[in-house]
Write a protein that binds this ligand. Structure first.
Ligand code: GCU
Length: 426
């Protein structure tokens, strides 16, 4: 080919390859009749075809499945605490919430000294702690600890923050930092008084402390310590989940926390994080996925709403690079999300959907929970007790729980009322 033609051809090819990234993303499916036929991998069959027949077999299968999720979806997470990790108590307020609670701010440093990456954990506990401690929600938040409650006692996060159009307009964020105005900006999602009145504690941290949520090539947050993830290593979801385990390391040292009743909670991308974190870390006795959708509780192979290709293109930093092999190719995935939920067995799991949150595929989320049941049953637990997705606002299940409530993608008081019942039933 003539050199000039070659360069024209090459630039055309380049233009195509950059535009195809988005043109390859098909229109989302929102009709049940358009969901393709799919076959799901069985959590109770080993990769070599051998059936899982006993709890002892399941222990081996569990290890195999964890590895499959690492390899194909979330990437591999470094194990355990980094050397030099230590805790600094920065503030303690008794008489919080008009005397009903105490509040503490704990900085978990991930390296020796004060200069390295850290996570700021806000812990709010009932004033009266019974023998054995209180059930505790460990929850990741989107807006910084100060966003969950208007109290001026809570420190404003100094970590990098996304600038959504609404948050900029509302003055909640400026120059990628939270503002004074952001205090209490997310109260509708955090019924702190209700949680405390129920006799539970709430521990929460800002997910951006661990890894700022943008595709920056893993240059900041915890990556300054572990380095840029190599081939097959964790993406941001893996890093956020790791952060939850480090917060749990701290909670495990607090006698006011009932160690048998710690729930890991997350909404949306943080619901995906809660499931992956809870699958790996067995210290969480309850895992709560609120509207987690694609890469969370929803079955990928249904291809309903948000799909693998779309999520990988919109958020290239969330998953392992190997997950992109399944863009527009979910049928080839060797795992699906019901198996992720099964990894939480025999511990309690709560999957919640919202009727109008079709992007997250409420039916796919229900099926994710439902199809984990055989593993729960093998381990002597009861499942959902429902064959079909239940009517709106009608929670079902015991060890595996589910509801779909009216309304949009959000966290509401109704959701929290169910989570409080669930943790108190442990
Ligand atoms: C986007 C994304 C979802 C995610 C959600 C969120 O909508 O596509 O996968 O759950 O953001 O975290 O808010």
């Amino acid at each position: 080919m003539h050199l000039q033609n070659l360069s024209v051809a090459l630039s055309l090819l380049f233009a195509m390859s950059t535009t195809t990234t988005f043109s390859q993303t098909p229109e989302p499916i929102y009709e049940e009749s358009l969901v393709p036929a799919y076959t799901l991998p069985d959590p109770l069959i080993f990769a070599d075809g051998t059936p899982v027949k006993s709890p002892a077999d399941w222990t081996k299968r569990r290890t195999e499945l964890l590895q499959l999720f690492e390899t194909h979806v979330y990437g591999k997470t470094p194990v355990g605490k980094p050397e030099g990790m230590h805790v600094e108590s920065r503030k303690k307020v008794t008489g919080f919430l008009e005397g009903k609670a105490t509040m503490e701010e704990i900085r978990i440093h991930f390296s020796p000294g004060q200069e390295g990456p850290f996570l700021d954990l806000l812990v709010i506990k009932p004033a009266e702690i019974p023998e054995g401690g209180v059930p505790t929600f460990l929850a990741l938040n989107f807006g910084g600890n100060q966003s969950i409650h208007p109290s001026p006692e809570i420190s404003i996060t100094g970590s990098w923050m996304r600038e959504s159009k609404e948050d900029l307009e509302d003055g909640l964020v400026a120059d990628n930092r939270a503002t004074e105005k952001s205090r209490g900006s997310r109260v509708s999602r955090w019924p702190v008084e209700k949680i405390i009145a129920s006799g539970c504690a709430l521990a929460t941290f800002y997910y951006g402390d661990i890894d700022p949520d943008f595709d920056d090539g893993f240059e900041n947050g915890i990556h300054t310590l572990f380095g840029k993830p190599g081939e097959g290593q964790w993406g941001s979801i893996g890093a956020w989940a790791w952060g939850a385990s480090r917060a749990m390391d701290y909670l495990a040292t607090d006698p006011a926390i009932d160690q048998k009743r710690v729930a890991l909670f997350g909404h949306s991308r943080l619901g995906k994080t809660a499931l992956w974190g809870g699958a790996q870390d067995e210290r969480f006795s309850l895992v709560i996925s609120n509207n987690s959708g694609c890469g969370g509780a929803a079955l990928s192979k249904r291809c309903f709403g948000e799909r693998v290709g779309r999520i990988n293109r919109s958020f290239p930093h969330w998953f392992s690079d190997s997950f992109t092999q399944y863009n527009e190719n979910e049928a080839a995935l060797p795992v699906d999300q019901h198996q992720l939920i099964a990894l939480i067995a025999p511990r309690m799991v709560y999957v919640a959907s919202a009727e109008e949150d079709r992007w997250a595929d409420p039916k796919g989320e229900f099926l994710g929970a439902k199809l984990a049941e055989p593993v729960y049953e093998l381990l002597g637990q009861t499942g959902l007790g429902a064959k079909e997705k239940p009517p709106l606002n009608t929670p079902v299940g015991t060890t595996v729980r589910y509801h779909v409530r009216t309304g949009i993608h959000d966290v509401t008081d109704f959701d929290w009322e169910q989570y409080i019942k669930a943790i108190k039933s442990l």
